[in-house]
Design a binder for this molecule. Structure first.
Ligand SMILES: [Zn+2]
Ligand SMILES: [Zn+2]
Length: 154
């Protein structure tokens, strides 16, 4: 039970932190030529989507290796954490922020409004540098202050 929870949390939180570092230093560095397809989208699939395939493969690979006994079971739970994160990422990043396959209703939660604000500010930058807000779920508290809900009547 404990290895399940700790493995899951390590995978889920670890991929947010490692992902933010990869985003900051590789995707906005030497791999910008791939990642810029997400900052200057033309609609449809982006070359940048291969990163999702890569991260997804790491998650599924760890999950299978752990539960089939090739590596300690702990790593199988890490794989579950990464895979669940991937699902959450698709819903929040691709659907909530970018409306890639149809839009979602405007979120009522202050946290989701701030998350959306933080990532939209990341996209204000169309060059590799400078930038801000490289993680998705964890962001600077200032985005809470900036993300006021829209007035109900306009
Ligand atoms: Zn970026
Ligand atoms: Zn984005």
């Amino acid at each position: 039970m404990l290895i399940g929870i700790s493995g899951f949390l390590m995978g889920f939180l670890g991929i947010e932190l490692v992902g933010a570092l990869i985003h900051r230093y590789l995707m906005h560095g030497p791999l910008w030529w791939i990642h810029q397809t997400h900052h200057k989208p033309k609609g449809g699939w982006e070359l940048n989507d291969w990163f999702a395939v890569l991260f997804g493969s790491v998650g599924i690979g760890l999950l299978l290796s752990g539960f089939l006994g090739y590596v300690p079971l702990f790593w199988g739970y890490v794989g579950i954490g990464i895979s669940v994160y991937g699902g959450v990422y698709i819903v929040l990043h691709d659907v909530l922020v970018h409306s890639r396959w149809g839009s979602m209703p405007k979120p009522l939660s202050r946290y989701l409004l701030a998350l959306r604000r933080a990532h939209r500010m990341h996209h204000k930058h169309t060059m590799a540098q400078p930038g801000e807000s490289y993680g998705l779920l964890i962001f600077h508290p200032r985005y809470f202050r900036q993300a006021k809900p829209d007035p109900v009547s306009k």
